[in-house]
Design a protein around this ligand. Sequence first.
Ligand code: PMP
Length: 392
Amino acid sequence: MSDKYASRMSSVHRSFIREILKVTADPSIISFAGGLPNPRMFPVEPMEAAAREVLGTSGRVSMQYSQTEGDVELRKFISKRYLEKKNLNISPDELLITTGSQQCLDLIGKVYLDKGDKIAIESPGYLGAIQAFSIFEPQFVSVSLESDGPNLEELEQRFKDGAKIFYAVPNFQNPSGLSYSREKRKAVAELLDKYNVLFVEDDPYGELRFMGEDLPTVYSFQKKPGILLGSFSKIAAPGFRIGWLVAGGERRDKLVIAKQASDLHTSTVAQAIMRTYMLENDIDDHIALIRETYGKHRDIMVEMIDRYFPDGVETTRPEGGMFLWSTLPEGCSSMDLFDKAIAKKVAFVPGKPFYADGSGENTLRLNFSNADPDRIEEGIKRLGESIREFLD
Ligand code: PMP
């Protein structure tokens, strides 16, 4: 007899990607399936020095409970960086440090979503957000993502139909790798203001740009700003589980209450080590190294795709981030391709789970940050062969 679970659990599924990762744990499989940063990019030695310093000089403070809002010096650092990099004036009092930016999604769900509320999401959209929000039993309404951002007519229609929130990843989106153009950023901001919809702007990849011009946040174009999310996962390391959100006044108070109820506060030791690392090292130098490395990975993957994928398969050419997105000819199932690819010991993520409306059967996501260049070359060759055999 199974337990009497809460009804909300029936609308939430195990993360499909986490399930796939079990299949791809076999080291002989070349995996483009995960969304993992490359561990060679983790700043292990400077973090070790930061950890020694924190534990050696202030261990008794940093191991104690602390305030929910998060480490003040870390918030000052993030605030200063927004000003320097994005020309955004964000006070440390408008920041809430969270346990990864993933927690922001849970807190926002707790504070804003009642059962049945409409939430607009890109199609395809970030699977972790679909999962996090699903707990609150909202109604997802999809907005097609085009090469330069969301389809604006669809977006306006969703807003007219009463969407309460629009959740999006305007920079190098997970899963598609696509980014919004400057024009669409402005247009989206205008629509959000006009219909008074709360924008949740998730930006974990914005600093990982390899080419093209840096673009302003949608947040900066809004008269009534939304909630901006950030994370140290992709510029330092995800294991610390440190992210943040930008929200002022009453909005932040509500989110702080939700966080208190969830976990009191994010790990004080992890925050202290991250703060020390950030203040004592040049994070821009480190990010430059990540950009250079992932940029090379991206170029190799694109080159190999051009060489080995058959005509009729379309692939995005992202200017940053960690993902590429391929579309097979209409009517082909990437789930079926997955089995063929696994037989050739190469893995990807079928795209369907990224569509809240159940479409996207013929799409797939490829991660280029985690595998090293020789594995990318070999893996794309194998995948190209699998696709050719599959389409024949
Ligand atoms: N948002 C997006 C779009 C992501 O891709 C991820 C990581 N997969 C997250 C949020 C969560 O990242 P973290 O909790 O490590 O900050």
